[in-house]
Design a protein around this ligand. Structure first.
Ligand code: SF4
Ligand code: SF4
Length: 406
């Protein structure tokens, strides 16, 4: 079949920066973006309030990477106190960027197993905002399995404007295929109750949906749960991590990527925001390079472990690789720390294998931890994301083409 593309379409493709006049134009753009990235600028802190959890999920990459004999801990108020002070010191070293948006994320294990320290930190954060130690634009998030949410906790979260992300993978059968309580007890009704309590209390609540093998296989049902039952306004899909404890079958990345694209077609009709694809859509529409796919890549986040160690990615909590400081070390400076300097350049912009990839501009490079698991280095490729990025780009181009033809 002969494909005839008229001049109007070709001109539009130049305008959208999909076509360039010569490879030198491409190189100039990449050089420009390279010169703007590759320096750690911390704007996110993870407080791992505990690494204990009341659930046992087969795909949990934090749990699956914990060595035998790993001792789980719960963060003390003193550690939380010092951790917040360290974050404030780090962000206030650069007054030019201080007022830019910052994010504080409460994480676990299951963070609601340590509500005492959560509540303590929320009060302290409010006081620090008032005192100008934290910028006004500091947003707060809680990543939880939702099962321990009560009316009292929801009230606390609402009062402090904490947005909540609850992990829900689909309907009960899909969710239960990989998730149960630590005593083997069913968990679905508790998770859904937590979601409803938050909604009723007016908490800003979204869903974090891990595309497990089962939720991909039953994606129509997963969509029904998200759109019809939960009536979500915003959410994020996560590709499942391939670990020795949760190996992914051949073809997983292709199928999961198709699910994300199919969901986007529905979501854009209904005004539902899905974070995973919107990062790529925005980069494509705005013709801007999207350099990193997470806060760790870019050296943009610190993770405070329950015992006070500071690292760059919570996925390494078990083995403590890339944990390079402690809340007691006031001299810690991510801008000069070798770990953070290395991670700040972990972007397709600086990766040899990505230089001639058509998806470089929208990719972000996926998850360095997955690359490390697969290849032994954060500088390897996260092959799941290569599939996701390339499939998304192809679809975006055809979608744009269809719109030009209308
Ligand atoms: S490296 Fe992977 S696990 Fe760590 S923060 Fe980034 S996306 Fe998450
Ligand atoms: S799709 Fe893969 S090869 Fe292409 S830029 Fe992303 S990580 Fe690099």
């Amino acid at each position: 079949m002969e494909l005839i593309i008229d001049q109007k379409v070709i001109d539009s493709l130049y305008e959208a920066k999909i076509f360039v006049q010569s490879p030198a134009d491409d190189d100039r753009v990449i050089d420009f973006f390279r010169s703007n990235f590759g320096r750690p600028e911390v704007s996110i802190v993870y407080f791992v309030l505990t690494d204990k959890c009341n659930f046992s999920c087969s795909y949990c990459f934090v749990r699956n990477s914990m060595p035998d004999g790993y001792q789980e801990r719960t963060m003390s108020m003193t550690t939380a106190d010092r951790g917040l002070d360290r974050f404030c010191e780090i962000i206030s070293r650069n007054q030019e960027t201080f007022s830019k948006e910052k994010t504080i994320i409460f994480y676990g294990g299951e963070p609601l197993m340590n509500t005492k320290v959560l509540s303590y930190l929320l009060d302290k954060i409010r006081a620090y905002k008032l005192a100008g130690k934290l910028p006004e634009k500091t947003s707060l998030s809680l990543v939880t399995n939702g099962s321990l949410i009560t009316e009292k906790i929801a009230k606390l979260l609402k009062e402090h404007a904490v947005s909540v992300g609850i992990s829900i993978d689909g309907d009960e059968a899909v969710t239960s295929a990989n998730r149960e309580g630590v005593k083997g007890n069913p968990i679905y009704s508790n998770v859904m109750r937590g979601f409803k309590i938050c909604t009723n209390a007016g908490v800003d609540v979204g869903v974090s949906c891990t595309l497990s093998v089962e939720s991909v296989k039953n994606f129509q049902k997963t969509m029904k749960t998200l759109v019809d039952d939960l009536r979500i306004a915003g959410m994020g899909f996560n590709l499942a991590m391939a670990t020795p404890g949760y190996p992914l079958p051949n073809g997983y990345a292709e199928e999961a990527s198709k699910c994300i694209i199919d969901a986007y077609k529905v979501f854009r009709e209904r005004g539902i925001y899905e974070d995973r694809i919107m990062r790529k859509v925005n980069a494509f529409v705005e013709a801007k390079v999207y350099p990193y796919d997470c806060g760790a890549a870019g050296g943009g986040q610190i993770v405070i472990a329950p015992d006070g160690q500071i690292g760059v990615c919570h996925g390494y909590l078990g083995e403590r690789k890339f944990f390079c400081s402690h809340v007691q070390e006031s001299s810690f400076d991510p801008e000069t720390d070798p770990v953070f300097l290395e991670w700040s350049r972990r972007s397709p912009l600086f990766m040899e294998e990505c230089q001639r990839c058509s998806a470089l501009g929208i990719c972000g490079g996926g998850c360095p931890l997955q690359a490390d698991i697969d290849t032994g280095s954060i500088w390897g490729l996260d092959s799941r994301f290569c599939v996701h990025s390339k499939k998304t780009l192809e679809w975006l181009i055809w979608d744009l083409y269809d719109q030009f033809r209308k």
